[in-house]
Design a protein around this ligand. Structure first.
Ligand code: UTP
Length: 290
């Protein structure tokens, strides 16, 4: 399946990482030297996506500036001969056709995705949550795109979560088909009782959806937390047509969570050519004191 459009919902309030998110979007937190949202855009581009819609809100204009051209900075870098930085800066504004739309009220992930209806039109599209960074050899969203249509309509990216944490995620009814691919026939957002848990497989940050999701979202009532849940709309497709679930390869960092932010800094810092050696020595030394 050739998929060229992606939607990045990034309008959430980020209350789990207050006070940092009071005026700074969590999507702009740097991991070493690159904002979270840029990792996500680069993953989409590496998967062949050419058109991206980022769902933002009133307080998140910084993201728009980040992907815009910056003529003053560029001419300063050019004049001072800092050509490597100049290239880095220019590349950001040329990554893809990126547009923005604002979600005026934060009514949930499903409500945010519905904002993309006219951008998407009639074709299947990718969804990458704006606070979920996934690193690995093959872009996570590409791993999903490659299985589009295999066991129904749409693909969800999944991993197993701890039993004690499943109430924070969506739980999926899945049947293993081959390799890392499952058929998904039901799902439940944030199961509150053991009876509601369908399995420990949970949707983590990535999916590829058919355009029919918009008609379903328009009729989806607020669910758990009073929010319009994307999982509730996807469930309609899972129980009627079935969906594919792919246990993607790659390391996921939840940038909407304090510990996830620390993990990302350390692990990606250990890969970065400018920081890896210093950081390795630093960790070894500090470990002796723990
Ligand atoms: P989260 O629930 O992880 O984000 O939503 P949040 O609402 O910012 O989290 P907390 O609980 O307040 O800390 C998953 C994704 O959906 C987006 C978020 O930006 C995140 O990328 N989202 C969520 C929206 O775009 N709009 C919403 O109304 C809710």
């Amino acid at each position: 399946m050739h998929i060229t459009k992606a939607v990045i919902p990034a309008a959430g309030l980020g209350t789990r990482v207050l006070p940092a998110t009071k005026s700074m979007p969590k999507e702009m937190y740097p991991i070493v030297d690159k904002p979270t949202i840029q990792f996500i855009v680069e993953e989409a581009v590496a998967a062949g996506i050419t058109d991206i819609l980022i769902i933002t809100n009133r307080g998140k204009g910084l993201m728009e500036d980040h992907f815009d051209a910056s003529p003053e900075l560029e001419s300063l870098l050019e004049k001072s001969g800092k050509l490597e930085f100049l290239e880095t800066v220019r590349n950001i504004s040329n990554l893809a056709n990126i547009s923005f739309i604002r979600q005026k009220e934060m009514k949930g992930l499903g409500h945010a995705v519905l904002k993309a209806k006219s951008f998407v039109g009639n074709e299947p599209f990718a969804v990458l949550y704006g606070d979920g960074v996934i690193t690995g050899k093959v872009p996570a969203i590409k791993q999903l795109i490659d299985h589009y249509g295999e066991y129904g309509e749409g693909v969800v990216g999944v991993k197993k979560v701890d039993a004690k944490d499943i109430h924070k995620y969506g739980s999926l009814k899945v049947e293993h088909m081959h390799d890392n691919v499952f058929a998904c026939t039901d799902m439940k957002e944030k199961p509150q009782t053991p009876e509601e848990v369908l399995s420990l497989y949970s949707i983590l940050d990535r999916c590829v959806l058919p355009a029919e999701i918009f008609g379903i979202l328009e009729n989806t009532k607020p669910g758990i937390g009073g929010e319009i849940q994307l999982t509730d709309a996807m469930r309609e497709i899972a129980i009627t047509k079935g969906m594919t679930a792919v246990e993607f390869e790659g390391k996921r960092y939840d940038m909407g969570n304090k510990f996830g932010i620390l993990q990302a800094q350390i692990e990606i810092g250990l890969e970065h050519p400018e920081t890896k050696d210093l950081l390795k020595d630093y960790i070894k030394n500090i470990a002796k004191t723990l």
